[in-house]
Design a binder for this molecule. Sequence first.
Ligand SMILES: *Cc1c(COP(=O)(O)O)cnc(C)c1O
Length: 359
Amino acid sequence: MKFNTSLLHGGYSRDNNTGAILPPIYQTSAFGHKTAEQLENTFNNHEPGFSYSRINNPTIESFEKRIAYLEGGIGAVACSSGMAAISLAILNILRSGDEIVSSASIFGGTIGLFKDLQAFGITTNYVLDQSPESYEAVINKKTKLIFTETIGNPKLDVVDISAIARLAHSHKIPLIVDNTAATPFLVKPISFGADVVVHSASKYINGSGNSISGVIIDSGRFDWDTEEYPSLLETKRFGQFIYLSKLRGYLFRNFGSCLSPFNAYLNSIGLETLGIRMERLCNNALKLAEYIQSNYKNITVNYPGLKSSEEEKKNAGIYDDLIRVSVGLEDIEDLINDFDAALEKMPYQGGIQCKKSMC
Ligand SMILES: *Cc1c(COP(=O)(O)O)cnc(C)c1O
């Protein structure tokens, strides 16, 4: 199945109970069972099925199956937000005293989270550029995972996932990739060796900005050494599903950061158009980047799709006057007009107006 077809049919095809071709919204907190024993078994994860929507729910499961299929994982757990997904994806394996190695160009909220985790004895060592040597330099015996984003935030530095995955695996630690900005339309990190992928589904996956949500997808490939990762000991018996079973059966369930069935439904509907939206967004972003680069000479444009010199990209850091633009689905003419109007009013370099004609 090719990408756009899999957005419509990948992972699950129709509702088991009714045959409905879109996932019905099971807006219910609990599920009835024929016997008390059956309910107990389902609730305790000894039998498949649904008992309580904090743990799982058919509408949410259909979204999880589709995104897992799109990312090439063995399964997924949907969460109440991208931040919940990142928190749970890492806390699922870490303990007090463990360390994270992370790219420094990541979402501000994630940096805040890593700072919060210091109070629980979890330290993060940051890497300022994306070279494997820089990552390797800060890995030590306490390092339990490498965290990065496919397209760095806000520098837009693109990480070589294969190289970082090889490095992580040579140290017997997993690579967790936040793929929010790229989506599986552009990059499938698992196919390049990432072990776990996380998303803020609030962005391109949902596509309409109507719900906050996140998702964790597991490749099922990392060979967890439970001496190094003792928190996974309890679910060792689930084999390839050791990470996902631990997540759903313990931390995710007990933190209570579940997604609402209605929001899962909105995400599933949004996902269907991910391909055509991403095509349009990338085209718009490239055209806008080219337009600003050729018309405003004293504005440096950093867009991974631009043909500009490597040196510029290397030097592009975070400055006080950096503006990160997230281009939408609007007509490109309207976007350009809007930028023209804003940039021509912008005080630039000591108060000189940046008129298009002057720049
Ligand atoms: C928005 C975002 C998050 C946080 O997601 P929320 O759904 O807002 O909690 C995490 N990572 C990246 C890259 C993001 O853009």
